[in-house]
Design a protein around this ligand. Structure first.
Ligand code: M6R
Length: 617
């Protein structure tokens, strides 16, 4: 995915766009660019690299003048990251400029047609094809920019969020969306407008925003009401203006060196926010409107199918254990990318739970649409309020983790598990599959988790020392059993994505079916060996590793004796019931990957080749 920003109004557009791009850099950081209308003409600067590289280049190339402009930070899809492929792109005449997030799938056919009509192309991007198509439509039909954008988009197959302006009509920005998000910030008395992939670039200027829905486009003019239309049938849409809840503090680092570290430390607060108003321990109840309103469906479901990607998929795997254990409902957990392309058996008695931090992941969205088309009820667990998945699902529950900016998911994972635990407990109570005393105990334990996460975080310095020892390792194994098998997968993913060390997660007992061959004195193995569950079995697995000279870093319950004697390092977490241990065991693994990545000089918040949410296939 990419980040787009834009401004039209009375202030200098340059700093607003550059700051906005810095806030959106989590969405992509291969290249960046900006174009301004300086009163006479457009001035454009773009480069491979980060927004900081753009700042340097733009300072030499353009004068930062003008009250109209658009900017882009890119995660490459068509065309390698280089200066030419960077956005903004101009049309052949140089009159129109565009920034784009998404993919135009039929760009090749459109490009050939445009070449036949005399167009030539500087870049390898699908975006340059789109801006030339808009120009061609404008010329052919003698229509205004908005109409030309609309006609062109009706010829396009794919996904997009775009912002376009015409230097000969520098009083408007045209934006449109299909599959990629776009928000319009409305300044006081409509004297200025902001455009962005999310509201973070304009949060200090306005708390009022319109989020375009799929297949909508808007014409933004200073002093005028934003006009929104359906791209396909031209019908006018009533804009719904939303009050933004986000504040500046939430999207800044707040004294931490990296967003990831801030977000790891935010987990006690985030988990509390997740269950606030839902877990009413004193009344002995769990109240979640999305579940209450659909209780019959949940209770009559033959099974639950969880669809998600990456870390959210790992949260789904934890949920499989919780739902089956507590609520006795059969659960299947599917990679959304696989689910959407096979021919899954889905019936009206299935419930699909789609989990996504961003709520924009293309594969998860497609899996939801497939399940809906087969008549299933779809429930979303999302963090980003108003996101595509939140809107596409029949009902859902937000995680309320607050903005997660580090590309590596941390607080999203623990808050997803919290929401899913609440749902499982609520259903278990309704079905009578847990006794009332156990139920009360679970509520009490869940309420204590934020304090216990705080305690787990106190091992940070100790984990930093362990990281120092293993920072140069080339491979890691992560092992866990039962509820902690998905945590092993998650720990390995965290290490891979931010430190570029190869790591694999395995169910501890599977080790002897193959991976044990990898073990020698150079192999660090992180083993989750908490006291509840399969402790003795995991201890045996640790012994098997030790007798082959593997280096053990064990995550244990405080007070552990047995593992301490055999492991090379132990990291303690507070005790809780087995089902909630993933909320604690994941903390040291997040910190371990964080410190190792920092020590290896890796870009923790913006790891190479990744983007925060994957809005393309
Ligand atoms: O926004 P989503 O939760 O749908 O994103 C899913 C994955 O792309 C995401 O979890 C990814 O694996 C993270 N980089 C993991 O840290």
């Amino acid at each position: 995915m990419c980040g787009i920003t834009g401004y039209i109004g009375y202030r200098d557009a340059y700093p607003i766009i550059i700051n906005g791009l810095q806030r959106l850099e989590y969405r992509g950081y291969d290249s960046a660019g900006i174009v301004l209308y300086d009163g006479n003409d457009i001035v454009l600067s773009k480069t491979k690299g980060k927004v900081s590289d753009l700042l340097e280049k733009a300072a030499k190339e353009i004068s930062p003048k003008g009250n109209l402009g658009i900017g882009h930070t890119r995660w490459a899809t068509h065309g390698v990251p280089n200066d030419v492929n960077s956005h903004p792109h101009t049309s052949q005449s140089g009159n129109l400029v565009i920034v784009h997030n998404g993919i135009i799938e039929n760009y090749d056919t459109l490009k050939k047609e445009l070449i036949n009509r005399g167009y030539s192309f500087k870049s390898d991007t699908d975006t340059e094809v789109l801006i030339n198509l808009i120009e061609e439509v404008q010329k052919e039909n003698d229509v205004k920019l908005g109409k030309a954008v609309q006609i062109a988009l009706n010829q396009v197959i794919g996904a997009y969020a775009i912002a376009v302006f015409d230097k000969n009509k520098p009083d408007e920005i045209v934006v449109a969306r299909l599959g990629s998000p776009i928000a319009i910030g409305i300044g006081k008395d409509k004297k200025e407008f902001f455009v962005a992939s999310d509201a973070s670039p304009f949060i200090e200027y306005t708390k009022e925003a319109i989020y375009l829905e799929d297949e909508e486009m808007a014409i933004i003019r200073v002093g005028k009401k934003v006009k929104i239309r359906k791209i396909h049938d031209d019908s006018l849409v009533d804009a719904s203006v939303q009050k933004l809840q986000m504040n500046l503090e939430q999207i800044e680092k707040g004294g931490y060196e990296h967003f990831m570290l801030k977000e790891i430390y935010e987990q006690p607060r985030a988990i509390t926010d997740t269950y606030r108003g839902r877990l009413l321990r004193e009344d002995g109840i769990i109240k979640m409107m999305g579940v209450e309103d659909n209780m019959k469906k949940f209770l009559n479901a033959d099974r639950i199918i969880i669809v998600a990607c990456g870390t959210s998929w790992h949260a789904g795997l934890v949920a499989e254990y919780i739902f089956e254990d507590l609520a006795r409902i059969p659960v299947e957990v599917e990679y959304a990318s696989e689910f959407r392309y096979r021919n899954p058996v889905i019936t009206e008695n299935d419930i699909i739970i789609a989990i996504s931090q961003s709520g924009e992941t293309a594969d998860t969205l497609a899996a939801i649409k497939l399940a809906k088309s087969r008549g299933a009820f779809v429930f979303g667990v999302c963090n980003v309020v108003g996101s595509s998945i939140a809107r596409e699902t029949h009902a859902g529950a937000y995680t309320h983790a607050g903005p997660e900016i580090g590309v590596a998911s941390t607080k999203a994972f623990t808050t997803q598990i919290t929401v899913l635990s609440l749902i499982a407990l609520r259903l278990a109570r309704a079905k009578g599959t847990v006794s009332s005393s156990d139920y009360r105990y679970y509520l009490q334990e869940l309420e204590l988790i934020p304090e216990k996460v705080k305690m787990a975080l106190t091992s940070d310095d100790h984990i930093k020392k362990i990281s120092e020892i293993y920072k140069d390792a080339t491979n890691f194994l992560y092992l866990g059993r039962g509820y902690n098998f998905p945590v092993a997968l998650e720990g390995a993913l965290k290490l891979k994505e931010i430190s570029y060390i190869h790591a694999e997660g395995y169910p501890a007992a599977e080790m002897k079916h193959g991976p044990i061959a990898l073990i020698d004195e150079n192999m660090p193995i992180v083993v989750i060996a908490t006291s509840k569950g399969h402790y003795e079995k995991v201890v045996s697995n640790i012994q098997e590793i030790k007798s082959r000279s593997g280096q053990i870093i064990a995550v244990v319950t405080e007070g552990d004796v047995q593992v301490k004697e055999i492991a090379d390092h132990v990291i303690e977490i507070p005790e809780t019931n087995e089902g909630f241990t993933p909320l604690l065991t994941t903390i040291p693994l997040q910190l371990l990957s964080y410190h190792i990545a920092v020590m290896r000089n890796c870009n923790v918040d913006q790891p190479r080749n990744l983007a925060k949410s994957v809005t393309v296939e």
